[in-house]
Design a protein around this ligand. Structure first.
Ligand code: PLP
Length: 575
């Protein structure tokens, strides 16, 4: 007999962390027998480390049909997770399941603490499977597209009954914290900001934190032992520690503050690449990379007479792992790929790529500019050598970013900037270097911005990256549904299940710049052009595309307004 969600919460709340893990294991014992005939390839859920079969018994048809989940796994913990899913969705209709904010259940149970990142991927796979069964049911009987209640309403109606409200993903509450989004434009309309892939807006907490530093205790860092100096060091190093734990680095010493992703990648190409890449060596990357993760390797290869090779992509813009294996059958010095493409939106399977690359002896560099702000990341689980990202895409300030490196990689990387703070001893004819991170932080750090980034990370952790990702994916599905109604429109990249909150498209006979101008008239802010991916655009045989990109604060109303403005623009431009 499956317990109710309320019973699960009650039990969980009474237990300490260790007993909660045990309880999760025991929950699996309640699972009903799974028929052998349903253990088919079709019912296998992808993305799980263990074997998981999942399907549903459906009574009735259309959005109001009832769905009863039936699932099983060879892992005891996953069986426990299945019971939680069954309890959460129990008695709901297909429409209610589709609109249910399951992430808030996971947050309330603090599942992050109890399951590994791989298991989280598996759990995400199960939820996606359930959502797609529910969405198919909803679509089966509704002739018009059912956009459902907006996400804010969903969080309140379907989750608040079972959870403390604070645990729900309340997008209205989140949006309310972003001053730029709450300032009407000329004409009184609210901005529909769909360009977070370029830069995210900042919550009040980040703005206030920077103001606090400037007004209350600003001083240079790592210099003075007076009161302000001590405070600023505490704040800066506190931010470093928080960022280290955010990406699951084994020590704050692996976190180097840089001006941003571009600077971090150039640092690796120069500081590590010049020393370790030589004539004939092979460097792998993809054609889908941002110029920041392409040109530095291209130039390094030219300078060192190395070979830059492209890992083929599948037709829908994902890394072709079989082709990668072939490329890795001979030695490779370095592989550089993004965690998430800034044009196609594709989420790359970093752990899998890194595992394969490691076996070939390659150094793994991840451009996390788009993935770190939108997906949970663990550099240790993924086993990557370097990871870089920018503050301004992560609800933080411009002018600051992070370069993470494994201890041994940082040891074998040369500094490229020389001066104060990065030295151990300076003599007239030679000098020695401090240990990382100081070795790579010559001069005065972007102190205020780095502390602001620490606050942005705190804010993001509080909202929860898994919840942000799930929310963005629901917006992506809504955009897909709307865009598919427009004749002559082509979306680039994979289906919603393989992407984050980015969708790029082009429309026959319509120039992206014209489109952007007409969208702007309606207060809808998108990006157009080549998005710093010229080789990719050339391969796709387009000169430019229109891109919408989401963040935690976007709502389904934003998507509706974007789609309405798009319809209007298309009919004007096709008149
Ligand atoms: N890599 C990717 C995937 C990006 O999307 C971007 C910026 O859009 C960058 C690198 C460059 O980031 P920054 O301009 O902050 O250095």
């Amino acid at each position: 007999m499956i317990p109710t969600l309320a019973e699960i919460f009650e039990e969980f709340n009474d237990l300490d962390a260790e007993d909660q893990s045990l309880f999760l294991l025991e929950l699996g014992d309640d699972l009903d027998e799974f028929p052998d005939s349903a253990r088919t390839d079709e019912n296998l859920v992808h993305g799980c480390q263990s074997q998981v079969w999942l399907t549903a018994c459906i009574s009735g048809s259309g959005p109001d049909s009832r769905m009863q989940l039936v699932a099983d796994s060879d892992s005891a913990i996953v069986r426990g997770l299945i019971v939680i899913l069954q309890a959460a969705y129990s008695g709901l209709t297909a429409r209610e399941i589709r609109d249910f904010d399951i992430q808030s259940v996971f947050r309330a149970l603090n599942l992050q603490q109890h399951i590994s990142p791989q298991r989280r991927n598996g759990l995400r796979g199960m939820v996606e499977r359930i959502n797609s069964i529910a969405a198919a049911q909803v679509a089966s009987c509704s002739s018009s597209v059912d956009s459902g209640p907006n996400v804010a309403e969903r969080s309140r109606t379907s989750v608040a009954v079972t959870l403390p409200v604070s645990a729900a993903f309340d997008v209205a509450h989140i949006r309310g914290q972003f001053p730029v989004l709450n300032r009407p434009l000329a004409g009184g309309i609210a901005p529909v900001y769909l360009d977070s892939g370029a830069s995210a807006q900042k919550p009040q907490a980040v703005i206030e934190k920077q103001r606090e530093v400037e007004e209350q205790y600003f001083a240079n860092a790592h210099r003075g032992t007076y009161q302000l100096g001590v405070r600023i060091d505490e704040e800066l190093e506190g931010a470093r520690s928080r960022i280290a734990s955010f990406i699951d680095a084994d020590s704050p010493d692996r976190i180097i503050f840089t001006p941003g992703t571009t600077a971090g990648l150039n640092y690796i190409a120069t500081g590590w690449g010049r020393r370790h890449v030589g004539p004939g060596d092979r460097i792998l990357t993809t054609i889908a990379e941002h110029h920041a993760n392409f040109v530095p390797w291209q130039q390094l290869a030219r300078e060192r007479q190395a070979q830059l090779q492209l890992i083929p992509l599948t037709d829908d813009g994902r890394i072709d792992l079989a082709a990668l294996d072939e490329l890795l059958s001979a030695p490779v010095r370095l592989i550089a790929v993004s965690g998430m493409s800034n044009m196609l939106g594709t989420i790359n399977p970093i752990a899998e790529i890194a595992q394969r690359a490691r076996a070939a002896g390659a150094c793994v560099v991840i451009d996390g500019a788009q993935s770190v702000p939108h997906l949970p990341v663990s550099v240790q689980q993924d086993d990557v050598d370097f990871l870089v990202f920018s503050g301004h895409k992560l609800y933080g300030p411009t002018g600051v970013g992070v370069l993470y490196g494994k201890a041994e990689r940082l040891d074998e990387m040369d500094p490229i900037f020389f001066g104060g703070h990065m030295i151990d001893r300076v003599g007239v004819s030679d000098s020695t270097w401090a240990k990382a991170p100081a070795k790579f932080e010559a001069g005065t750090a972007p102190i205020v911005q780095a502390i602001g980034l620490g606050e942005a990370v705190r804010w993001t952790e509080e909202v929860g990256l898994a919840a942000i990702h799930a929310h963005e994916q629901s917006l992506v599905r809504q955009v897909f549904e709307g865009l598919q109604q427009i004749a002559g429109l082509k979306i680039f990249g994979p289906g919603p299940e393989h992407r984050g909150g980015i969708v790029s498209f082009c429309i026959d006979g319509i120039h992206p710049e014209d489109l952007a101008a007409l969208l702007d008239e309606r207060g809808v802010f998108t990006r157009h052009g080549h998005h710093c991916t010229m080789p990719l655009h050339a391969a796709l045989q387009v000169t430019g595309t229109t891109r919408v990109s989401f963040a935690a604060y976007n709502t389904s109303t934003d998507v509706e307004q974007f789609l309405a403005a798009l319809q209007r623009a298309v009919s004007i431009l096709r008149r």
